[in-house]
Design a protein around this ligand. Structure first.
Ligand SMILES: C[S@@+](CC[C@H](N)C(=O)[O-])C[C@H]1O[C@@H](n2cnc3c(N)ncnc32)[C@H](O)[C@@H]1O
Ligand code: SF4
Length: 341
């Protein structure tokens, strides 16, 4: 692998996770140390870490689905099979949910999307500005397909405080339309404009370009990385997840080699809210199968202290993963690493 590329990625991960966490995560997932993970020494050390940390850890990330409408038709995304009603979250509901959570927890980061394209929501900039003004210390993350991120919208977004944008491009000119059902030249123009203005404004927002490695584009991934690497802060190529079984019948998922399974850190650290205000299991719960309560009607602490939610955490600590969504999740190694990083 190209050293320049590795150093650039390391700089990016240092900025988003801090140096020590970035190094541990890299060593535990990308090097021969991944063999050590789940070995006997690791298990002993690790089980202690979980038991201690689970008593102390408080939610620090809020993921909020401002809309579950999407203008694309990505072949690998659970959006194509999602059955729940597609809609926008109103500004009033958005404020209520954000205030509900941030009045109770010291949230460090808000991810402004769920299973939809955030810019289909014409009110998305106002929602971002609301967080900027009322909670200026909170970092904002956003994932977008960039197809409707026009120059005008880019200007507005760059005027607001956003900390990180992931552009999900998922292909080159040759295969993009087949994969995402969108026009490559239009998306490329939007992403290049955003980067040009970011440079001119010397704006601190971090950018990430992501591509999923699929049968349709696997021969062109190098070309993708080569083109976008000098432009963005990070370029990430990765194999798709089957999204807790959601897309396993739609695309080919390479067999996932994982070791022992561990309690899932995100259940403690993240709060995932769908477009109707339900606190759902996690970002894998694309169908909102498991809801623990509704943030438009209940206080977040009431939901997190509910018997149902506490029972889920207890089950996880006993290594019992027989719960809808968890029972079919393939995001296992990542969730294990987080307890010690
Ligand atoms: C569900 S999308 C929602 C936000 C926005 N519409 C977008 O495309 O970035 C969030 C991220 O999930 C990724 N994604 C979609 N299907 C996936 C799969 N099967 N495995 C892993 N990631 C996937 C997308 O490429 C995107 O980066
Ligand atoms: S990956 Fe994003 S753009 Fe593609 S269908 Fe899913 S939500 Fe829409």
């Amino acid at each position: 692998m190209d050293v320049k590329y590795i150093l650039k990625e390391a700089r990016y991960y240092k900025k988003i996770t801090g140096l020590s966490r970035a190094i541990k995560k890299f060593l535990f997932t990308q090097t021969f140390f991944s063999n050590f993970v789940n070995g006997k020494i690791y298990q002993r050390f690790y089980q202690n870490a979980i038991n201690k940390k689970s008593k102390k850890i408080k939610p620090r990330i809020l993921q909020i689905e401002n809309t579950n409408l999407c203008n694309a038709k990505c072949i690998m995304c659970p959006h194509v099979v999602m059955k729940r009603e597609k809609k926008l979250m109103s500004f009033e509901d958005f404020k209520k949910i954000v205030d509900n959570v941030l009045n109770s927890y010291d949230i460090k980061r808000i991810t402004m999307n769920g299973f939809g394209e955030p810019f289909v929501d014409k009110g998305v900039i106002d929602k971002i500005k609301y967080i900027n003004e009322k909670y200026p210390h909170v970092k904002i993350d956003i994932y977008t397909n960039a197809s409707i991120l026009t120059p005008d919208l880019s200007e507005k977004l760059l005027k607001a405080k956003v900390d990180r944008i992931t552009f999900s491009i998922n292909g080159t000119k040759k295969n993009y339309k087949k994969i995402m059902g969108l026009e490559y030249d239009n998306t490329k123009k939007n992403v290049l404009y955003f980067h040009k203005r970011r440079r001119e404004m010397n704006h601190p927002v971090l950018t990430n370009l992501s591509v999923m490695i699929l049968d349709e584009n696997k021969d062109d991934v190098q070309e993708f990385v080569k083109f976008w690497e000098p432009i963005a802060d990070s370029v990430r190529a990765y194999v798709p997840s089957d999204w807790a079984g959601g897309v396993k019948n739609i695309i080919q998922i390479p067999p996932f080699k994982h070791n022992k399974r561990w309690p899932c850190f995100v259940l403690w650290s993240n709060i995932t809210v769908d477009v109707n205000g339900n606190m759902v299991m996690c970002c894998r719960d694309y169908e909102s199968k498991v809801s623990f309560g509704n943030l438009l009607k209940q206080d977040i602490k009431e939901i997190r202290n509910s018997e149902d939610f506490k029972k889920l955490l207890r089950k996880q600590l006993k290594f019992d993963f027989k719960t809808p969504v968890c029972d079919s999740c393939d995001n296992i190694l990542e969730s294990s690493i987080d307890w010690v990083c």
